[in-house]
Write a protein that binds this ligand. Structure first.
Ligand SMILES: [Zn+2]
Ligand SMILES: [Zn+2]
Length: 260
């Protein structure tokens, strides 16, 4: 069984096709999916999905790309995450690619999420793009990860260097690979995936974006995470069952979805 550790199935284009998505998950042996929150106004629909379906988990957080949205407070995140199906804080992080200018608000928002994660003991889902240096710096300053009494988390949709992967793993973080790793052009990322041990790895779709080969350019969905796993198995020269078993175990170790 595979688990999609990061998707946005609450987005209307996917939510409208739920029966189809669930059928595809079953067909491709995808047992669970984590529906990741991107802002507070849409959080109720994320929670509703998790409450409706036993094999859907959810997170609460405000994405760094969402500029004009209510800013969350630590208290708010702590309160909203107090629910058995909310297994993580995020997605949060820094994105200097999509937005430019004075992004101090992004860094403040990131700090807020790290604080909430430390209080709730729920792992962080971190998005980082063109901002790895500041991302790691803030993680250290705020005590993200397991080195300073915080909790672990995941660097989601990883596209950074091996050095960034190693620095994150040293803080107890997992590295999650999306369909990007299957792209022909992603040679550098494939080299990183080869070095990241399966014991530290998660897999995801980030659907509706970034469909893996052979669906590249089409709308992505959780069932397609099986193709990410198959690619990684080939890359590492191991049976796909091993990738399935280990990444599923990692998911349960990190998010402890049944313990809340
Ligand atoms: Zn992201
Ligand atoms: Zn996402």
């Amino acid at each position: 069984m595979f688990i999609d550790s990061h998707c946005h199935i609450d987005f209307p284009e996917l939510a409208a096709r739920m029966p189809e998505l669930l059928a595809k998950m079953e067909e491709n042996k995808v047992s669970h999916a984590l529906c990741v929150s991107v802002d507070l106004p849409d959080f109720p629909r994320v929670l509703a999905l998790a409450e409706q379906y036993p094999h859907i988990f959810a997170s609460v957080g405000v994405h760094p790309d969402y500029e004009d949205t209510p800013e969350p407070s630590v208290d708010q995140l702590v309160e909203l995450s107090n629910h058995p199906k909310i297994v993580a804080i995020g997605e949060t992080g820094l994105d200097y690619y999509r937005l430019t200018g004075d992004l101090e608000w992004q860094r403040e928002r990131f700090r807020t999420h790290i604080k909430a994660s430390r209080i709730t003991r729920k792992p962080l889902i971190i998005h980082t793009r063109s901002a790895s240096e500041d991302t790691l710096r803030l993680m250290r300053e705020e005590g993200a990860g397991t080195n300073d009494g915080g909790v672990a988390g995941v660097m989601h949709c990883f596209t950074e260097s091996l050095e960034v992967a190693r620095a994150s793993m040293e803080m107890g973080f997992y590295i999650s690979f999306s369909g990007i790793v299957t792209f022909k052009s992603a040679k550098e990322l494939q080299a990183v995936a080869l070095e990241v041990p399966l014991e530290r790895m998660l897999i995801e779709t980030d659907s509706p974006y970034l469909a893996p080969v052979p669906y590249r350019g089409k709308m992505n969905e959780p069932g397609y995470v099986a193709h990410v796993a198959e690619f990684i198995a080939k890359l590492k020269g191991v049976p796909v069952e091993q990738v399935a078993k280990q990444t599923t175990e990692n998911f349960f170790n990190l998010f402890k979805p049944l313990a809340h």
